[in-house]
Unconditional design. Structure first.
Lengths: 199, 199
C-alpha cells in the first residue's frame, strides 16, 4: 500500500492567497462599477450588470458588497480615500509645500468637488450610504491643522466645523441645483470666510 | 302642491364655520400631542393615544394629519412658527430693539435651541419630516438682514449660509451627543465666528 499523499494545508498557506485574490476581485469589481457609472450613469449600475461587466457570477458581487448600496458605499469611500492621499502627499497647493492659507483655499475647492461628486451617488443609494467616519474625521483634523499652521487662535475645533459646514453636500446641492449659484461664486464666498477667520 | 322649501346653501354659509371648526380641532389635537410628548416622550405619541387624549375618533386624527409622521411634521412647523414670531416681534435682544450684533448672538442661541429640540422629533419621525421651506428661508433672510444692518459687506447670502450651517441639527447632535461638547462652548464658538464675520 502506498503512503497517502501529504495533505495540502489550505488554511495556513491558502488564506493569504485567498485574501490577495479577494482584494484583486474587489478591485476589479469596483473598477467595472466606476466604468459603468462613468459611461452610463448611476442608474445603469445594477448587480446583474456589474457581474456581467466584471465577468463573475452575481453571487460573487453579492458576497463582496452585500447589495447595490454596498457597491455605492465602496465607490464613495474609495474615492474619498484617493482624495485623502492627494491632500496628504499630493502636489501643492492641495498637498504639502504651499502656505496654510493657500492650502486651505485649495482644500475648500477640492472638498467642494468631492462633495458634489458624492451627491449623485448618495441620492441614488439612499441616505444610508455615507462617507466613513475616518474620512469625516480626516477632514476636520486637516482643517484644524491648517488653521493652527496659519497662527489662528481660538476654539480651532469649532472654527474647523464652521469652515467645513457650508460645504456640506446638501447645502451645495441646494445652492447649485436649486439656486443656480455657480462654483466660482461659492468658492469665492468660501475664500472670503477663510480670510475672515484667518484675519 | 306646496312650493319646495328653499335649499340651504351648505357651501357658501357652511364652509367658514367648518374651516373654523377644523382649525380648532387641529389645534386641540396638536395641543394634546404636545402634552403627550412633554409628559411621556415621543415614543408615546401614537395615533391611538392621540385620538384618546383629544377625545376624538382615530379616523379624525388620520384625516387631519395623514400619519404619525404628519403629526410630528405639524408639531415641528408649529414650533418653528411660534419661534419665528418671537424673532420678528418678541422682546429684544432676539426681537427688534437691540443692536445687530446682539440680535445675531441671541438668534444663534435660539436657533441652537430650535434645532436641538427638533432633533428628537425628526429622529422619531424619520428624515422625511423636515422643517418647512418657509422657515428655512426666514432663517436665511433674517441673518442676511442682521449682517446688512451690522454694515457687513461681501456676499451676504453666502456669509449667512456660513453662519447658519454650523448650527445644523445634525452637526449639533454630533457635537452634543457624541463629542459631549456643552452648549456654552458651542455658542461661544459661534459668537466668535460672528465677530470674525462682523470685524
Amino acid at each position: 500500500m502506498s503512503k497517502p499523499m501529504p495533505l495540502p494545508l489550505p488554511v495556513a498557506f491558502g488564506a493569504p492567497t485567498e485574501r490577495a485574490d479577494a482584494a484583486r476581485n474587489r478591485e476589479a469589481l469596483l473598477c467595472a462599477a466606476r466604468q459603468i457609472v462613468a459611461a452610463e450613469g448611476i442608474d445603469a449600475l445594477t448587480m446583474d450588470r456589474l457581474a456581467a461587466s466584471a465577468g463573475v457570477g452575481k453571487g460573487t458581487v453579492f458576497r463582496r458588497f452585500g447589495s447595490r448600496e454596498g457597491v455605492m458605499g465602496a465607490l464613495l469611500n474609495e474615492h474619498a480615500r484617493a482624495w485623502q492621499e492627494s491632500v496628504i502627499s499630493g502636489p501643492p497647493p492641495l498637498g504639502p509645500g504651499a502656505g496654510p492659507r493657500e492650502r486651505l483655499i485649495a482644500f475648500g475647492a477640492s472638498l467642494f468637488e468631492l462633495n458634489r461628486s458624492s451627491t449623485e451617488l448618495i441620492a441614488a443609494a439612499g441616505e444610508s450610504v455615507q462617507r466613513s467616519y475616518a474620512t469625516e474625521s480626516f477632514i476636520a483634523t486637516h482643517v484644524r491643522y491648517l488653521l493652527r499652521s496659519a497662527g489662528v487662535t481660538g476654539d480651532l475645533t469649532l472654527l474647523a466645523v464652521a469652515l467645513i459646514a457650508p460645504l456640506d453636500r446638501r447645502i451645495l446641492d441646494q445652492q447649485v441645483r436649486i439656486e443656480h449659484m455657480d462654483r466660482d461664486r461659492i468658492l469665492a464666498g468660501w475664500a472670503d470666510l477663510v480670510d475672515r477667520i484667518l484675519a
